[in-house]
Design a binder for this molecule. Structure first.
Ligand SMILES: [Zn+2]
Length: 77
């Protein structure tokens, strides 16, 4: 799987975090990047802390796949 470099944004409208499925409210900072897998393009959007959790899990499992919208949102740092 190929991923673009994550870019940090400040939300101007509401988004849904692809890690935890919770709202990313306007004004909150979040990370976005695209991943490509078998010709499919998926747009990732995550809270700061969710991205950190995702990074960690991907490192542990040595792949970049995760179950979208069904993960625990970590406590804010
Ligand atoms: Zn999240």
């Amino acid at each position: 799987m190929y991923c673009t470099n994550p870019v940090k944004h400040r939300a101007r409208r509401q988004h849904i975090c692809t890690w935890c499925g919770q709202r990313i409210s306007p004004g909150e900072e979040y990370w976005t990047w695209a991943s490509y897998d078998a010709g499919d393009c998926f747009s990732n959007k995550m809270h700061q802390e969710c991205r950190a959790a995702c990074d960690e899990e991907c490192r542990e499992r040595r792949d970049n796949e995760y179950m979208a919208y069904s993960n625990e949102r970590p406590a804010e740092v």
